[in-house]
Design a protein around this ligand. Structure first.
Ligand SMILES: [Zn+2]
Ligand SMILES: [Zn+2]
Length: 80
């Protein structure tokens, strides 16, 4: 499934994966966006100073990725 990763904030389109969570789903905001007010916590948020909501999201995604690996580090995902 080839998603077109267009930022919902400024409309910038990513041409290739960059290894961050926006590879998986379109970002609300990207590095090209000016600082914005987070709808979740009301803090000022920007690409270089993400608010606490994004920190939590990153932690969550990291946990999901780790869950895909067995205890011995073998990558094992049932394709079904
Ligand atoms: Zn953007
Ligand atoms: Zn926030």
């Amino acid at each position: 499934m080839g998603a077109i990763l267009t930022c919902k904030g400024c409309g910038a389109t990513k041409l290739y994966p960059t290894g961050d969570p926006t590879d998986l789903f379109p970002s609300e905001h990207c590095g090209d966006c000016p600082p914005w007010i987070c709808e979740g916590c009301g803090e000022t948020c920007s690409a270089v100073a993400l608010c606490s909501c994004w920190v939590q999201l990153d932690t969550l995604l990291l946990a999901d990725v780790k869950a895909l690996f067995g205890a011995d580090g073998t990558f094992s995902v049932d394709p079904a």
